[in-house]
Design a protein around this ligand. Sequence first.
Ligand code: FEO
Length: 167
Amino acid sequence: MFSEKIQKGLKKQLIRELESSQLYLSMASWSEYKGFEGICEFLYNHSNEERNHMLKLMRYINKRGGYAAIFPYENLHFYEKSYSYNSLKELFQKLFEHEIKISSEINILVELSLQEKDYFTYNFLQWYVEKQIEEENLSKSILSKIELIGDEKLGLYLFDRDLDKKF
Ligand code: FEO
């Protein structure tokens, strides 16, 4: 039984993954603009991964007989509403906090799937649980490195050069 409650929860998560993709994209563009070639590649790739997380949800909802409708972005042409960053540290801090938020939303969905006795969805969500363990860990480790490097130029240069190869 694919309940309305579950569908609503999964559709909300679909939007969150789309927002994640957009957030990573904004970070990639900012890093590219600032000349961080490795960091921007890593973030562009991750933006694509987030889009894939969204697609996986879309296909699951449709396969179960729901309809994952997509709505147009309203604010894309308002430049004053764009994301902004003052430093790499701030950027990776936001990224880490974002992943923590996504993890807690996934946990709420897992809980809901158990309450609704929807074991297909429970099973489906385990992939997201695993992903969130990886992503929290990854963003935390990047943030720690950035904090360690501080403003040291050689450290930043090496970090930027190696990031896309390491992760
Ligand atoms: Fe799709 Fe970074 O969570």
